[in-house]
Design a protein around this ligand. Structure first.
Ligand SMILES: [Zn+2]
Length: 339
């Protein structure tokens, strides 16, 4: 038994000294001290040792184990030091090498367009307000005067999470939440991501962005709406921009309109860009419906207001003359760096 232990110890020492890497050292540890290791096997055979020899043999096994462990530890720390030394040597910096060219990211056309829209409205005293992307039916539909049988609630163009929760189809719920706070007057824009169950094509995406706006105060009229949005269009597309309001229908505004701006490419004469129309549609707007005010606890006899909403992507596409919305979501650096 004593000879056997001596042999094991010598063999272990030899293998430890031959180890030139930490992984190798670990293999040696397992081979000798592991569950199925050689020393462990000796320990298991202790039951065959005569009872009077057991303490002595046990002591011997322990000594051997300690000796192997000590050498393993010592070798391990030597190898670690050597590895660190090597790493430091290899990572030395050659200051004479040309610098790596840093590819800085780039602001996305959506971000640039949003900052432009925000800048214009903040300049007119508006506040930027955000809200949740997952909404309940009430905020997304009911509070906006959209009844249960309204086509906007169709599950074909809405992502429902359950019967009461939807991925918001517009940022209008943010306006409702703001009105409910009861702090008047309100002058706000609500930018954010919205969701519709649309097929992806050059002008549609199941997830896109809107910027909506809301003004509530005493004596707000359609003239305020027209003046504000005409000013916005001039700021965004240039001082010569003309605007045209076409009557339209939205459940949450009355009267409602769509806003066209004169084509900034041809000045209104008609060109390929405006498809010969001379006008480009940019947003929907209208006077906030009395039902909407009432539901949010605002007295329509005392207060009135207007609201508007635009697709941010549409603004970005128009402003930067991009002809396919999908380009905005591909994050191709070659595309993005042009803006
Ligand atoms: Zn044109």
């Amino acid at each position: 038994m004593k000879d056997k232990l001596q042999r094991i110890k010598e063999e272990a020492f030899k293998q430890i000294q031959d180890s030139d890497a930490l992984e190798k050292l670990n293999e040696v540890r397992v081979a000798f001290l592991g569950k199925k290791g050689e020393l462990t096997a000796v320990l298991k055979s202790m039951k065959d040792v005569a009872p009077e020899d057991k303490p002595m043999v046990g002591q011997l096994v322990n000594d051997t184990r300690q000796a192997i462990e000590a050498l393993l530890e010592e070798t391990k720390s030597k190898l670690e030091k050597a590895a660190l030394q090597l790493k430091l040597q290899n990572e030395g910096i050659d200051v004479t090498l040309p610098a790596k060219k840093e590819q800085l990211g780039h602001r996305h056309p959506n971000t640039i367009a949003l900052e432009e829209v925000e800048r214009i409205f903040i300049g007119m005293g508006y506040e930027v307000v955000e809200g949740p992307e997952i909404e309940n039916n009430y905020y997304n539909f009911d509070a906006l005067n959209i009844p249960d049988n309204h086509p906007a609630k169709d599950e074909q163009d809405t992502f429902y999470i359950n019967s009461d929760m939807v991925l918001r189809t517009a940022t209008s719920p943010v306006q409702v939440r703001e009105m409910e706070k009861g702090k008047l007057p309100i002058r706000m824009i609500a930018p954010g991501r919205v969701f519709r169950s649309d097929e992806v094509d050059a002008t549609h995406s199941p997830s896109f962005h809107q910027v909506e706006g809301l003004v509530i105060d005493k004596n707000i009229t359609f003239a305020d709406l027209k003046g504000t949005l005409a000013e916005f269009a001039k700021e965004l597309f240039g001082p010569d921009t003309k605007v045209k309001f076409r009557p339209h229908y939205f459940p949450f505004t009355e009267p409602s309109a769509e806003l066209d701006v004169s084509c900034y490419k041809c000045g209104g004469k008609g060109c390929r860009f405006c498809k010969g129309e001379g006008w480009i549609e940019i947003l929907g707007c209208g006077m906030v419906h009395p039902n909407v005010l009432r539901m949010s606890g605002i007295d329509p006899d005392e207060y009135s207001g207007f609201a508007f909403g635009m697709g941010l992507e549409r603004i970005a596409l128009l402003k930067y003359e991009i002809d396919d919305m999908r380009l905005l979501y591909e994050n191709d650096y070659r595309f993005l760096k042009q803006f």
